[in-house]
Ligand binder design. Structure first.
Ligand code: NAP
Ligand code: 8YV
Length: 315
């Protein structure tokens, strides 16, 4: 019988993912170790695989204790917490979990768009507080039909959002670094110009150096007082202080946010605003999708240690 490969599980991943890892590998749970140093001294040299999240990755102080590491499987499509170049330098392969979360992500994006447009959370509070009976009908709201939506990052998720927006009779345009010839939607090389021309701006770009604070005051001012902003990409892509002041000063119409710069710490300034819908980074958080993400973590590790190509390689 061949011996099971030793795999380090960095954090408390989904139970079904941990079960899959426990069944296939000889697992070691970093998050359960009280003395991390002693733990790494004992198991570090035999570890060949790591399972982690895209936010945590494998910090350098851990990676340096794993001389035989070959493969890191990350839970999540975004891998902004992983130093892919450092992994590559150490000859470590990295996988993520793309595609399996596209539908869940598109659903929450449309949910946030509709919630912001029709003020569903605010109207819910109005009803619960008995104001319908005491003050009369809730104020009139906006409508999506016929509006133009600018997608920042027409990638795997962005394309699913675009399809659903079309079903809502919206016009779709997009911004990215490259024009995608196969896509039917008008392309904007210039983000500020797109912000000027649209009613809605939806961000779905990854968090990295190239996107850091790319959605800034200039973009919000171009979007204008009737414009609405939705962020499901990463908080780091937005200048959050500028977003907050644009909302407070009504220089933009409103925002729906699933991601923030310093999660789970949401600036309190957002809490008192009634032109904002807030969501605690729950884009992929459905039973079905999270199971599929965990399964893909296990399958990527299994593929690597079976000498097969990774299913979803990052590096
Ligand atoms: P993807 O397929 O790689 O798409 C990313 C898109 O962003 C591409 O179209 C790319 O186009 C564009 N882009 C990248 N860098 C850019 C830049 N500097 N300027 C302008 N556009 C840029 O990724 P995906 O699978 O759709 O996922 C996108 C992101 O969504 C993830 O990385 C993650 O951060 C976020 N996400 C959030 C949640 C959540 O729970 N809220 C869940 C899943 C994913 P070009 O290459 O042409 O620029
Ligand atoms: C997850 C995400 O919340 O996939 C991503 O990039 O942001 C979300 O699906 C997260 O990665 C789980 O750790």
């Amino acid at each position: 019988m061949t011996e099971k490969v030793d795999v380090l599980i960095m954090n408390r991943l989904l139970p079904s993912c941990i079960e899959g890892l426990d069944a296939a590998f000889n697992t070691h749970k970093y998050f359960e170790a009280s003395d991390k140093d002693a733990f790494l001294a004992e198991v570090g040299p035999k570890i060949r695989g790591v399972a982690t999240s895209g936010h945590l990755g494998c910090p350098p102080e851990v990676m340096s204790r794993l001389p035989n590491l070959e493969m890191m499987a990350s839970f999540g499509v975004g891998y902004d917490g992983i130093d892919v170049d450092a992994a590559r330098k150490h000859g470590v392969r990295v996988s993520n979990t793309p595609d399996v979360l596209n539908d869940a992500m598109a659903e929450i994006t449309l949910g946030l768009i509709i919630a912001l447009c029709r003020e569903i959370p605010q109207a819910d509070v109005y009803t619960r507080e008995g104001k319908w009976a005491s003050k009369g009908n809730y104020r009139l709201t906006r409508e999506l039909t016929g509006k133009t939506i600018g997608i920042i990052g027409l990638g795997r998720i962005g394309k699913e959002v675009a399809r659903r927006c079309q079903a809502f009779k919206m016009q779709v345009v997009y911004h990215g670094r490259n024009k995608q010839e196969a896509e039917p939607y008008p392309y904007y090389a210039d983000l500020t110009q797109m912000a000027k021309d649209v009613d809605w701006l939806v961000n779905i770009v990854p968090g990295d150096a190239s996107t850091n604070k790319m959605i800034n005051r200039t973009v919000f001012d171009a979007l204008g007082p009737d414009g609405l902003f939705v962020n499901v990409g990463r908080g780091t892509t937005v200048d959050e202080a500028e977003l907050l002041s644009a909302l407070k000063e009504k220089r933009i119409g409103g925002a729906a946010l699933d991601v923030f710069e310093d999660e789970p710490n949401v600036p309190e300034g957002f809490f008192g605003l009634d032109n904002v819908v807030l969501s605690p980074h729950q884009g992929s958080a459905t039973h079905k999708t999270r199971w599929a993400m965990g399964d893909l973590v296990v399958r990527n590790l299994k593929a690597h240690f079976a000498g097969l190509p990774l299913i979803s390689p990052v590096a």
